[in-house]
Design a protein around this ligand. Sequence first.
Ligand code: GDP
Ligand code: GDP
Length: 441
Amino acid sequence: MSETGAALPVVALVGRPNVGKSTLFNRLTRSRDALVADQPGVTRDRQYGYGAHAGQRFIVVDTGGIGQDDEDIDARALAQTEAALAEADVVLLVVDFRQGIMAGDEAIAEQLRRRGAHVFVAVNKSEGQTSVSAAAEFHALGLGDPWAISAEHGDRIRLLLEQVFTDLPPPRATVTAHRADAIRLAVLGRPNAGKSTLVNRLVGDDRMLTQDAPGTTRDAVASEFMFKDKPYVIVDTAGVRRRARVDDHIEKISVVKAMQAAEQAQIVLLIIDGVNGLSAQDIRLLNLAVERGRAAVIAVNKWDGLSEKERLTLHAQLVERMGSFDFLPLVFISALHGTGLDDLLGAVGDSHRALFAELSTPRLSRALEAAVEGHAPPAIHGRRIKLRFAHQGGQNPPTIVIHGNQTQRLSAEYKRYLTHQFRKAFDLYGVPIQLVFKNSD
Ligand code: GDP
Ligand code: GDP
């Protein structure tokens, strides 16, 4: 038996435009760059990301993009702050040292104080200043001792994070015990895609009622089911499946819940409505899942409702829109009628095997050699980049360590090529592959 852990803390960045929120966001989520860079075509979400500090993972939300269409800047900042408060454990109010306190800062601070939010004031752009002098003026915001940082230069960010995580209330542990050998799934997708219908189909009707009860915490709950004598667990975060209003803020914020569920799962099942096809939000969820190193299976639901012609059109559209996610399996199901579930769980099984595949050093090195023979890395200033040998650095997701020289000069395109070659050689479909490069001279 094992347990599903508690949810990741959520840190939201709020503040006026141009104070440095997205720069701070990039810095906080930077630790994930290695994986993202080597994924074919994965672009990092500019609003949601995973960060890590001293072994503690967290979710970062940059509220800067929320409500971007509003005309009124102050109204927008307040709406963004409201959205952040809905799900954040900690709010970083970012202000600009060079500008000093502006009316907009005061309005946001007032709102945060009124709501009793857990806030740190981050006085950004204070490189070259002592922290005492940079922070002094901002005490007036009435939100405790301000923290002078420089998002661009990385100054004092670690100190700030240390304080953030020291002060954080311990995670609420609403966990459900389950078998350790079960494959852990998270079911994600837009409202109405058919997630609850599928979960009901797999797990049974009863638990849905209990889980949609008000008052459930945001921590993950796990429900076990058996399919063809194999144990599975669906990890879910209260509210992931709750029907969201078709409201921009709600829709965007539910991404955090999807991230929480993906955190606790090994494989993400992205359910899409066959009538609507793959949306921008679906692509965003795939990006986040892959960024986090999760396997993913795309299940096109409501297949029953489509004519033969519609199916062909949809299939073509999906293949085109998936673009660089072409390494993810695509299955067609009807959650309502229970068809396609064999295919779905078959793809899940394959992805799970790929996640935990054991890649022997000789075979990896041979695959590397074959890849280099097929298409050699370019010469840089007349000197060829050499890739000598490879070994496995880890599982879940499969991590391949490649030894060579000047590897920092390899283009993203060449890394994608290598990833593709390893994927083919070891049948690693459905999973992100992490490449790590080591230089020996
Ligand atoms: P946002 O609108 O709050 O997301 O702000 P951005 O992150 O886009 O930053 C606005 C501007 O401030 C950009 O030109 C950044 O390069 C700059 N900036 C961000 N952080 C710092 C910093 O620590 N020091 C300095 N000097 N400039 C910064
Ligand atoms: P959720 O919001 O993603 O949990 O979606 P639901 O499971 O609540 O389903 C939304 C609607 O789609 C409901 O009316 C379901 O009956 C319907 N639905 C779900 N799966 C299917 C399916 O496979 N075929 C058809 N025709 N309708 C479906």
